[in-house]
Design a protein around this ligand. Structure first.
Ligand SMILES: [Zn+2]
Length: 417
């Protein structure tokens, strides 16, 4: 990347960094809020200046486009411009700005393109009103009645927030796109974890986006006086849940093949009083892995462990799956294309890695060939104001995206599977 290219990309980051600055620290650009809308307007202007045509779909996703010489499906690159509350500068914005920079260079080069290039900035990836709402709307996975029922934690209703931002919910179905128009999807994102930084690698090629299964497990025992009830006569729901939690972690470590993640993130104790034996504990746990069979195995083992622990502790156990999403493998041809470009840019292979977090690439990747590149972030930190990635890995990653994009744009071969 030349000095001028880096200076332009830095200027883009400075422009986006001025949008949605939160007095509490970091950036807050919630979906359909003023700041997210301003960021989309900024993107549209910058893309038009680069020679792209720009439209917002009925859901508010921004689509910037460079036409190709043939009527082929487009190569699409992008990410999102919303943030969590008091989030960082790089999550999402990096992928959009990298796509914009790639498009600028390709537009400037005057090279013939067999297919169109699109840079897409999605709305509401962070899930103010759900999760991946913008890409799901484009993928046709958002039912019309969702607009009235999907609510933010602050009580805002998706449909009302959209109307306030100037989008007509009765038209929002029109955001649904014929996925045959998109040949493939590429997304650059910060890793949001510590693996690349720990290995000193500037780029990771993502092989798959982990699937997940969330279980709600309830341990039901008997309340009693904490001072008078002998230990051997108790049906202590928390003691059972705690024993299960310890076993669950060990089970993931032993049977998770070094790739699975298991987390108990929700614990609700009833009655949650210091002098009363807990009568009920509800746990919310999730398991993630890129292998569907392993995910199913681990979820089954977690259920069995909960039942076994309940029997040992004389506590009743109920268990249900509250959410399940299958893993999304990245497209092997695109992974190879990114891999080849990374070897040219770095002079050596880039590591391959799974993505434990889901992304817009996980929504689109279930429907069209997709692939992702990761760059490290300091301390693995994301969704916080301190989120930071150094310029050298960003420059390398943009160079890899550009090389890959040029090849895909020149090829008429890549059609949808
Ligand atoms: Zn993101």
């Amino acid at each position: 990347m030349s000095g001028a290219d880096i200076a332009r990309l830095k200027a883009d980051f400075e422009a986006v960094a001025a949008i949605g600055v939160d007095p509490q620290g970091g950036w807050s650009r919630p979906a359909y809020g003023e700041a997210e809308c301003t960021a989309h307007d900024w993107f549209a202007n910058a893309a038009r200046e680069a020679g792209l045509s720009v439209r917002q779909d009925a859901f508010g996703n921004s689509i910037a486009r460079l036409e190709g010489s043939a009527d082929l499906p487009a190569l699409a690159i992008g990410s999102h411009l919303d943030t969590v509350t008091c989030g960082g500068l790089y999550d999402g914005a990096l992928g959009v700005l990298a796509g914009l920079e790639v498009a600028r260079r390709i537009a400037r080069s005057g090279e013939a393109r067999a297919r169109p290039l699109e840079i897409i900035a999605f709305r509401d990836e962070e899930g103010r009103f759900g999760a991946f709402t913008g890409s799901r709307a484009m993928a046709g996975q958002l039912p019309q009645d969702a607009f009235a029922s999907m609510r933010a934690a602050d009580g805002a209703v998706l449909g009302e927030a959209m109307e306030a931002a100037g989008f007509k919910t009765e038209r929002a179905d029109a955001a649904r796109r014929d996925m045959a128009q998109i040949a493939c999807w590429l997304e650059l994102h910060i890793e949001q974890g510590p693996v690349l930084e720990a290995t000193g690698e500037p780029i990771g090629v993502v092989t798959a986006i982990a699937g997940q299964e969330r279980l709600s497990i309830r341990f039901s025992g008997s309340a009693g006086h904490a001072g008078t009830t002998p230990m051997h006569l108790r049906r202590d729901a928390f003691a059972a849940a705690a024993r299960f939690a310890d076993r669950f972690r060990d089970m993931i470590l032993v049977e998770g093949e070094n790739s699975a993640r298991g987390t108990i993130g929700i614990v609700r104790v009833t009655p949650n009083q210091g002098n009363v034996i807990p009568s009920q504990v509800s746990l919310g746990l999730e398991i993630r892995d890129i292998s569907a069979p392993l995910l199913a195995h681990l979820a089954g083992r977690a259920r069995a462990l909960a039942q076994q622990t309940g029997e040992e502790m004389s506590v009743d156990v109920s268990c249900r799956t509250s959410y399940a999403a299958p893993p999304v493998p990245m497209d092997a041809r695109l992974v190879a294309a990114l891999d080849g470009a990374a070897r040219e840019v770095l002079g050596r292979p880039a590591p391959h890695m799974p993505s434990g977090a889901n992304h817009d690439a996980g929504i689109l990747g279930a429907l069209v060939p997709a692939a992702m590149l990761f760059v490290p972030c300091d301390g693995g930190l994301s969704h916080v104001p301190q989120e930071h990635t150094d310029w050298p890995p960003i420059a390398d990653a943009v160079a890899v995206m550009e090389r890959t994009a040029r090849r895909l744009l020149a090829s008429t071969e890549l059609t949808q599977c």
